[in-house]
Design a binder for this molecule. Structure first.
Ligand code: GDP
Length: 296
């Protein structure tokens, strides 16, 4: 699967080396395996959980030799990911409102462009709201993506109220019978509390216009930041009701194991993965495919 090559190299190849390098499973083998999981950014909590499962697997004879390890791990990781994929969005009247949050630089604007393109290609009428009014560059960048994907961008002047932009976008979507509204938001973390209040206000304004909105709140995380991504998720999760994660830059990292950590530690499904800078480099995340690709 495109974008996972680096992770596969660091993860599967190392596991392969372990399997070949050891004739029997001993403490040293288990220590080395633990190090492989940690180096792929599976994270301490999730690694500990997997190691417990492996020790149990050895005890009850599901794992009898190093060779048994790959299928066992694949199965456990698959199960871990699939359980968190349930709870799809309930069908409702359009417009479907998607709020997109995340720290600056994670790939939020690019992701919104890719999402707009994805839905446009699927025959949907899409509107994008430039509610990161803090950065003029963010508004400009969205407009460039908008032109590229034939998507209308609702914007106000730099420095205006982000909630007002969101309000206008939802109004426009209703008036123009748009199917999907994607709302960009600011990602300046240095004024953390203000940002979180701003996100809450955007939420309140949208919910007043459309009862169940936002229908999705996607947190964009950069896979190359590894465990930092987990901390960002906790921070944003305290302010808004996240429904899923977009994990970007998976193509640029050997630390794709963070997908497993996000699913396991945050109780949040990874909905999309970014695997490049191009408009088509966004893929719906499929747990089975991911686990299969890791162990291909
Ligand atoms: P924002 O500040 O969160 O809006 O981030 P941008 O959308 O401006 O993206 C920051 C940089 O990351 C840009 O150079 C993007 O091209 C790049 N980027 C975004 N998503 C991906 C991805 O999935 N893969 C790669 N390789 N680069 C990405």
């Amino acid at each position: 699967k495109a974008g996972l090559e680096k992770t596969r190299k660091s993860f599967t190849d190392k596991i392969e080396q372990l399997v070949v390098g050891y004739a029997t499973i001993d403490d040293e083998f288990l220590d080395d395996l633990e190090a492989v999981l940690l180096s792929a950014d599976v994270g301490v909590t999730t690694t500990t959980k997997l190691m417990t499962e492996i020790r149990n697997g050895i005890k009850n004879k599901q794992i009898n030799s190093p060779d048994d390890l790959k299928p066992f791990l694949k199965d456990k990781i698959s199960t871990m990911l699939v359980t968190k994929q349930q709870g799809e969005t309930v069908p409702h009247q359009p417009p479907h409102v998607i709020l997109v949050v995340g720290v600056n630089g994670v790939g939020k604007t690019t992701t919104i462009g890719k999402l707009a393109s994805y839905y446009h290609e699927a025959g949907k009428k899409v509107l994008v709201a430039a509610a990161d009014t803090f950065r003029a560059a963010a508004i400009d960048q969205l407009e460039v993506w908008g032109q590229r994907t034939s998507t209308e961008v609702i914007k106000h002047a730099e420095g205006s109220d982000p909630a007002a932009v969101a309000f206008d976008a939802v109004q426009a979507a209703k008036a123009r019978k748009a199917d999907i509204v994607i709302i960009d938001t600011a990602g300046r973390l240095h004024t953390k509390s203000n940002l979180m209040e701003e996100l809450k206000k955007i939420n309140r304004v949208i919910a007043k216009e459309i009862a169940a909105a936002p229908h999705e709140t996607l947190l964009v995380l950069d896979a190359t930041t590894g465990q930092n991504a987990i901390n960002q998720a906790k921070l944003f999760g305290d302010a808004v009701a996240l429904t899923g994660v977009v994990l970007t830059k998976l193509d640029g990292t050997a630390k794709g194991g963070v997908v497993i950590a996000i699913n396991n530690e945050l109780d949040l499904p990874v909905k999309w993965v970014g695997v490049g800078e191009g408009v088509n480099d966004l893929r719906p995340f499929a747990a089975d495919d991911f686990a299969a690709a890791l162990f291909a």
